[in-house]
Ligand binder design. Structure first.
Ligand SMILES: *Cc1c(COP(=O)(O)O)cnc(C)c1O
Length: 311
């Protein structure tokens, strides 16, 4: 049984006109947990359940935690999510809706994560938000669906946080012999841990993460993400918070879907960055989604960033 759904793949008239090429959307925002995370997390949870796990533990107050909570509820396995005190009330509310036990602990994610790991008993499974081959395997299914639909784009645009989505998409591309199909990996300026790693040629740890794209806020990407850069054409690019937010608003009007700025970052490249896409006639945007933003929150962020320049 799959916990995720097969998502719609559709051409965007609005984005195609804006970007003067054919833009397709893979609508991961429609996953029941609100983001693509359910593909990998659902796959991993199902695997751990088969192996006898009696509880799932996560330290993500974001979409990975939500996907774990959703998977646990569907599989009838209890879920504990440890989140730091900084976690917005909206996130704990969404977790509670999925019947997860939410424990608030520590001033930072590191402290919450330490407690989460210390809770791990013999029959518990820990769900990492991005660094687990089971996750990548689950995420790769997204590309299987694109291939099955008969679409082969000239490039794929996706957002990068810890790099789990990128690893899954790259794995999916290779499984279909699409080894040369370029990936455009987008981060915001305040979450550029992948861009920094690619520039340096080794993993780097950001001292500070900032800005509105909270779901991209991994201070270090997984090693596998950097390894893909040696085996697959990957271009990194950065957008401003203001661009990501503006893309969220335009996308809401164009496609009537509210997505997080993490997803807005990827959309911003299709809305704005034509130079990067110059060589491509058909591009696919992974609309990764995100359940933690509200329309009110977007408006607030927009007021805060109104003075900043676009891209
Ligand atoms: C987790 C997440 C990302 C980034 O995915 P990684 O696998 O961490 O790179 C992007 N967008 C949304 C909405 C997410 O939840």
């Amino acid at each position: 049984m799959n916990l995720h759904i097969e998502t719609p793949l559709l051409p965007s008239r609005a984005l195609s006109l804006e970007s003067r090429r054919s833009v397709w959307l893979k609508l991961e925002a429609l996953q029941p947990s609100g983001s693509f995370k359910l593909r990998g997390v659902g796959h991993a949870c199902t695997h751990y359940a088969r192996q006898g796990a009696r509880r799932f533990i996560s330290s993500s107050g974001g979409n990975a935690g939500l996907a774990t909570a959703y998977a646990g509820r569907r599989l009838e396995i209890p879920v504990t999510v440890v989140v730091p005190e900084t976690t917005p009330e909206r996130a704990t509310e969404l977790l509670a809706r999925e019947q997860a036990e939410v424990r608030v602990h520590g001033a930072s994610w590191q402290e919450a994560n330490e407690l989460a790991l210390s809770l791990l008993g013999k029959n518990d499974a820990f769900l990492h938000p991005f660094d687990d081959p089971l996750l990548w395997q689950g995420h790769a299914g997204l590309i299987d669906e694109v291939a099955a639909a008969g679409l082969k784009p000239d490039a794929i645009i996706l957002a990068v946080g810890g790099g789990g989505l990128l690893c899954g998409v790259a794995q999916g591309l290779h499984r279909h012999g699409w080894d040369e199909l370029p990936i455009i990996a987008v981060e915001t300026e305040g979450t550029a841990s992948f861009h920094g790693a690619v520039e340096a040629g080794r993993l780097v740890k950001l001292a500070k993460i900032s800005g509105v794209a909270t779901s991209l806020g991994a201070n270090q990407v997984c090693a596998q993400a950097l390894q893909w850069v040696g085996r697959h054409p990957v271009t990194t690019t950065l957008v401003s918070d203001r661009s990501a937010l503006s893309a969220c608003e335009r996308f809401l009007d164009d496609h009537r879907l509210l997505v997080e700025p993490a997803c807005g970052a990827a959309l911003a490249v299709a809305y704005e960055e034509t130079a990067l896409l110059e060589r491509y006639r058909t591009v696919l945007v992974v609309v990764c989604g995100g359940a933690t933003a509200t329309s009110e929150q977007l408006r607030q962020w927009r007021r805060q960033t109104a003075h900043q320049p676009l891209s």
